[in-house]
Design a protein around this ligand. Structure first.
Ligand code: MG
Length: 380
């Protein structure tokens, strides 16, 4: 059997000198005894999987609202794809894969129902009351809102995982740690893996849904180039198979470029310990200038043809209307809130309590709740 200290020793031998080592973690806000056979980052990874916020990702929107179809990505499958890509990158770059995957699994916990339109609504409604941001909400969930342990609130994750979620670098408790200029290398990996995952799965879902036409993509050089290769290699195959082949090659091409460029940068910026990258303004985990240029038209395409497609806007607008109605209804009469949530009204601004409650909802729950509150013949 491998013990925790043997695993920590293995990290010393297998990871790069610039990786975050579990044995050097700055630890947890509430000190706890170490686990006999899991490192602190493995334990954080597991705590996130067992949290209720993680399970709720299954019924939260990525781009397509859940009842639009069963094939599309949800916030959960998006998260798993980010974790897969980030884990591959971390292992190839000799970074800490346990820390990387823990950050990846938690990176979207703070998203409310209905994706970005849900976030926009909450941001508007909370404008005068401290604001709303899904990154900060993820921190709020792991530090405060999850209730699983008798002696502390939240999940009591290590400083490294919380700092990885802290994209805006707000001060973290305890505040004795130095302020950092940039994310750790592991967190930079997750940030860019998130982008790689959504660009490609949104492309995939966009084509499956019929909102994006493959012919329109011919205007995008990167797509055109890979599509030609695939057709040359597999002529006369079905559209669906061709699409999968194009997308998997696009991901592979993108990830490979990222690995090569990041390896160059680790050498060029002489990154010899994990702290160094957090002191530089420049990102170390980055695409080559050529790939960055090639990816721009793809991102512009998605923005125009998918994220601003009238059907996507309709989904977003509908969400905006009824999340606002829910928010106002709870605020007018907070007694409608369930007991555990209502208890928090004693210490906190009702706006924040209502915002946390709505942000925690899945799409399904929010829709059901709307019916319960506003449809006269629906049981409450
Ligand atoms: Mg994400």
């Amino acid at each position: 059997m491998l013990t925790r200290s043997q695993l920590e020793a293995l990290e010393r031998r297998s990871l790069g000198p610039y990786a975050a080592f579990a044995a050097e973690s700055k630890g947890r806000a509430y000190p706890e005894p170490e686990h006999p056979y899991r490192t602190c980052f493995q334990r954080d990874h597991d705590r996130i999987i067992h949290s209720s916020a993680f399970r709720r990702l299954e019924y939260k929107t990525q781009v397509f609202v859940i009842h639009e179809g069963d094939y599309y990505r949800t916030r959960l499958t998006h998260t798993l794809e980010v974790s897969q890509i980030a884990g591959t990158l971390a292992r190839a770059l000799r970074l800490n894969p346990d820390l990387t995957c823990a950050i990846a699994l938690a990176h979207d916990l703070g998203h409310g129902p209905f994706g970005h339109s849900g976030e926009d609504v909450l941001r508007t409604l909370m404008k005068e009351h401290g604001g709303f941001d899904h990154n900060l909400q993820a921190l709020r969930i792991v530090e405060l809102l999850e209730e699983r342990y008798p002696s502390f609130p939240g999940l009591n994750l290590t400083w490294e995982v919380r700092q990885g979620l802290n994209k805006h670098r707000a001060p973290l408790s305890p505040v004795r740690f130095p302020k950092i200029v940039n994310l750790s290398l592991e967190a930079q990996v997750v940030d860019i893996a998130d982008e790689i995952a959504y660009d490609h799965h949104d492309l995939d879902d966009g084509i499956t849904s019929g909102l994006i036409q493959e012919e329109d993509l011919e205007a995008v050089a990167l797509w055109r180039q890979v599509r030609r290769e695939v057709i040359r290699q597999f002529p006369r195959r079905s559209d669906a198979l061709r699409k999968h082949q194009i997308i998997r090659r696009l991901i592979d091409l993108t990830v490979t470029d990222l690995l090569q460029e990041s390896t160059r940068r680790i050498a060029r910026f002489r990154i010899q310990n994990s702290r160094k990258a957090t002191t530089l303004a420049e990102r170390i985990i980055a695409f080559s200038p050529g790939m960055k240029r090639l990816r721009l038209p793809l991102k512009a395409f998605l923005n125009e043809k998918l994220y601003h497609h009238y059907k996507v806007i309709r989904m977003a607008d509908k969400a905006r209307r009824f999340l606002t109605a829910l928010f106002e209804s709870y605020l007018r009469s907070p007694k409608q809130l369930p007991d555990t949530t209502r208890g928090r009204l004693k210490q906190e601004d009702p706006h924040r309590v209502v915002c946390d409650y709505i942000a925690g909802m899945t799409d399904r729950y929010a829709l059901k709740e709307y019916q319960r509150l506003f449809t006269p013949f629906e049981p409450v």
